[in-house]
Design a protein around this ligand. Structure first.
Ligand code: BTN
Length: 347
């Protein structure tokens, strides 16, 4: 009921009366009033005006199930939400949910993680109240060797979703610190992708993706795509300060997390459909390449045996990075095997 009323308030231009709401849901006006009170206690600014009704003026930066349900515009991605105030790792939660039969598209979201995990066994800093930690469960009917491409599908979706979600989630409470007021450039910073799946703004990492798969030799049981987005973080631990950033630091204002999550899910659902049409990145490659920060740059490829310089050209239809070695040979780099960084720094 809370989610439904929240949705209705959001959909309504102007005021909607208690009578109309109670009629729509077949409940008493007192029940409606109680829900409105609950929403106000949760931090929603709902104006109540005699003879006019209710109007939602502002929403808090919460990522609860109700808030996400009320914003989600997808058919399946993020339609079944598992929300945690605190959990160890949303990737672990969603893997367990997958083993227990949770449906394709189930999304675990946490406000804080105590054991957030990054790629290559690294730790992912996951404090409360500032960022997004979420993991999506997929049950793709594709062969296991196609799964690595899903991480690139999420990278494009995250970049596009963040771009859209930044506008939708801009915190209207916070007027100071707008890009123009604090003297930054008025055109918003570009969102880029560092192959295969880091989201980069102004040369620093704003989001990362960790994809894990549970499979048999010839079929995928499930895939977990975990994503951490630094949204309103203003201070990073010493060891990542030089390479990490947040949307708030780059855009100059606070952003509500829930609209961002909804926007990323929407983009992912659409992009996943495109991926399934060909089971490769043919339909997404141009958009991915246009955001690829490594494109046409000198990079260092660090593999298990050697680190060598190369020139990054593009990605292939199946998601490998195409590079030209110094001796002129062109080769494809698979994401599981190596890490790629700029010759002079992180990108
Ligand atoms: C990376 O190293 O770039 C990947 C970071 C992925 C972090 C996210 S936060 C939500 C999900 N749960 C985890 O434990 N990790 C991923």
């Amino acid at each position: 009921m809370k989610t439904e009323i929240l949705k209705l308030l959001r959909k309504t231009d102007g005021y909607i009366s208690g009578q109309q709401i109670s009629h729509k849901f077949g409940v008493s006006r007192t029940a409606v009033w109680k829900v409105i009170r609950q929403l106000q206690e949760d931090g929603y600014q709902v104006e109540a005006v005699r003879n006019k009704g209710y109007r939602i003026v502002d929403s808090p930066d919460v990522i609860t199930k109700e808030e996400l349900d009320s914003l989600m515009k997808t058919c399946w991605a993020g339609r079944n939400i598992l929300y945690y105030d605190v959990t160890d790792s949303t990737n672990l939660r969603i893997r367990q949910a997958g083993d227990e039969g949770a449906p394709h598209g189930t999304l675990a979201v946490a406000d804080r993680q105590t054991a957030g995990r990054g790629r290559r066994g690294r730790h992912w800093e996951s404090p409360a109240g500032t960022s997004i930690y979420m993991s999506l469960l997929l049950r793709p009917e594709t062969a296991p060797d196609k799964a690595s491409m899903l991480t690139l599908v999420m990278a494009v979706s995250a970049a596009e979703g963040i771009r859209e979600g930044i506008a939708a989630g801009r915190d209207t409470e916070e007027k100071s610190g707008s890009t123009e007021e604090d003297g930054r450039q008025s055109s918003p910073p570009e969102i880029q992708i560092k192959w295969p799946n880091d989201i980069i703004i102004n040369g620093k990492k704003a989001a990362g993706i960790l994809t894990e798969m549970s499979s048999q030799i010839d079929y995928i049981e499930h895939v977990v795509i975990g994503m951490g987005i630094n949204v309103n973080t203003v201070e990073f631990p010493e060891e990542i300060r030089g390479t990490a950033t947040s949307l708030r630091l780059e855009y100059g204002y606070r952003i509500r997390r829930a609209p961002l999550i909804a926007a990323v899910m929407k983009r992912f659902e659409e992009n996943y459909k495109t991926f399934l049409e060909t089971e490769d990145l043919s339909g997404l490659k141009d958009r991915y390449s246009a955001m690829l920060v490594n494109r046409d740059r000198d990079v260092l490829i660090a593999g298990p045996k050697e680190t060598y310089p190369a020139h990054a050209l593009d990605i292939s239809r199946t998601g490998e990075l195409i590079v030209r070695r110094e001796d002129g040979t062109v080769e494809r780099i698979f994401s599981g095997e190596v890490s790629v960084r700029g010759v002079y720094g992180y990108v």
